[in-house]
Design a protein around this ligand. Structure first.
Ligand code: HEM
Length: 488
């Protein structure tokens, strides 16, 4: 009898669950365009197998189905893809920012990042954001520029050894640079990715970035069942290595503070120090709390920036006129390459460099799209979409939409000479926008400017093959980002 009652309850729950899902599913399909659907697999079947082909097919859908459309997956799962800047604005500027919950896909980052700033929401996100925001104060960024400049000198030596010797895939090289900069600024230690690319931590970060991308495409990727697969177990092993490393750094730094060893104020205050000094409701953050944030910075602060750096150099290598104009601006500010002293103030004065970077981040945005799960009913394209629905805001599609950017495939930094065109504001969001925008935006721009300025003052860039793009969490090139260097 008890079994019968239990069985009936389970069936009733399942029917109710599916009925509610079906109603949302129907609402979305009745109000948004959608590509042809397979009865079980939904629109998954229109996508080819490889990551570059998936990205190409995805982008072609905007031409066929308009700025917003729906994609479906098994079990009545529907997601709205959005590239109408008006709708993006309404979603990102919702005054209830605390409730900006990330889409279900972000949960694949949680084994490594926990629920740090990127993945959390509600009160936890709000409190952490308040604590972390001062880490990006102008004065602190000033100190960080010294780290960026020092690390870029190491990179120059590395590039010199490669100049004039044919094509180089620039992505892993600038990735190591970005990792060194973020580790020194976030944790106060150098992981020496440039000098020692084979250390356990450095290789584990790289493997983890790849493992996360793979998980994104795995049918069980977003479920707990993934942890039982061999790939899931591999991700767990990497997580343990990465956590052990961060735990050790945090533990040592806390002990140093407790034993009253004075933090050397002559050196920069890093994010870790700020977190160790912070408290919530009078209680200090635990080591586990701090680890979430340090790991989040290590992930979000290096792959993104490396993608931006590598693609900017790639675009410059293919546009000799822009490169020359930039070189002339840099020469005026820095004099000769041997006397280059990089400061925050000098970088801010480089107007054309800023335009070049902005246009690069438009044409090849490191984060091609961001996901949200609606926490309240929201009007999208004239339809009230119920809470719970997952959205993908396509940064790439908006920034390539001819309605917002005439001749969108043309690399033209002059687009950013005038900032007066308000129509475009939310069509250009490489760092997202609103309350949950990128907290590291200023940091990333300084990092990009330092590296690009140093490279262009020292080298002439020449083109290699065209990139084949793949756009998962981070925009990358499946054939590498290959260019040639000649020493100036
Ligand atoms: C060119 C480089 C970068 C780009 C294009 C970029 C882009 C973005 C974007 C689009 C978001 C929104 C993500 C979402 O809503 O899901 C974001 C969030 C975030 N970024 Fe960046 N980012 C860059 C560099 C950095 C750096 C250097 C750091 C750290 C130093 C950083 C830390 C973060 C964090 C912690 C968040 C979450 C913020 C929150 O939700 O409150 N990013 N970034």
């Amino acid at each position: 009898m008890i079994l019968l009652v239990l069985f009936t309850l389970v069936v009733a729950y399942a029917v109710n669950f599916l009925y509610k899902k079906w109603r949302v599913y129907r609402l979305l399909l009745d109000n948004f365009k959608t590509p042809p659907r397979h009865p079980i697999f939904g629109t998954l079947t229109i996508f080819p197998k490889t990551a570059p082909e998936i990205f190409k097919t995805f982008l072609s859908l905007f031409g066929k189905y308009g700025k917003n459309f729906v994609l479906t997956r098994p079990i009545l799962d529907a997601q709205i893809i959005i590239s109408d800047a008006k709708d993006v604005e309404a979603i990102l500027t919702n005054p209830n920012t605390k409730n900006a919950r990330k889409a279900a896909g972000y949960r694949i980052l949680e084994p490594w990042l926990g629920t740090g700033l990127l993945t959390s929401y509600g009160e936890k996100w709000f409190t952490r954001r308040k604590i972390i925001t001062p880490s990006f104060h102008f004065n602190i960024l000033d100190d960080f520029v010294n780290v960026m400049s020092k690390q870029s000198d190491i990179l120059m030596k590395h590039l010199k050894s490669m100049a004039g010797k044919g094509e180089v895939d620039i992505y892993p090289i600038v990735n190591a640079f970005a990792l060194d900069v973020i580790s020194e600024t976030a944790m106060g230690v150098t992981v020496n990715a440039q000098a020692d690319p084979n250390s356990e931590y450095v290789t584990s970060v790289k493997k983890m970035s790849r493992a996360v991308q793979e998980r994104l495409h795995h049918p069980l990727g977003k479920t707990g069942l993934y942890n039982l697969t061999s790939k899931g177990k591999y991700q767990k092993t990497l997580t343990t290595i990465l956590h052990n490393f961060t735990d050790k750094i945090i533990g040592e730094r806390r002990d140093q503070l407790l034993s009253n060893t004075k933090i050397d104020k002559g050196s920069h205050m890093n994010f870790l120090d700020i977190l160790l000094h912070a408290s919530v409701g009078g209680k200090p953050l635990t080591n586990a709390d701090i680890r979430e944030e340090v790991d989040t910075f290590m992930f979000e602060g290096h792959d993104t920036t490396a993608s931006g750096m590598a693609f900017t150099l790639y675009l410059l290598s293919r546009h000799a006129d822009v490169q020359e104009k930039l070189y002339q601006e840099l020469k005026k500010v820095f004099g000769s390459k041997d006397e280059m002293e990089i400061t925050n103030k000098k970088l801010i004065g480089l107007e054309y460099l800023e335009m070049v970077i902005k246009e690069s981040l438009r044409i090849l945005p490191p984060v091609p799209g961001i996901g949200r799960q609606l926490m309240e009913d929201t009007l999208i394209g004239g339809t009230t979409v119920p809470a719970g629905v997952n959205l993908l805001l396509s940064i790439y599609a908006m920034q390539h939409d001819p309605d917002y950017y005439p001749n969108p495939e043309k690399f033209d930094p002059e687009r950013f000479r005038s900032q007066s065109d308000n129509k475009r504001t939310f069509a250009y969001i490489p760092f997202s926008a609103g309350g949950r925008n990128c907290i590291g935006q200023k940091f990333a721009l300084l990092d990009l400017k330092t590296l690009i300025a140093k490279v262009i003052m020292n080298f002439k860039l020449l083109p290699g093959p065209e990139v084949i793009l793949q756009g998962d969490l981070i925009l990358k090139a499946s054939n590498g980002i290959r260019i040639r260097f000649e020493q100036r």
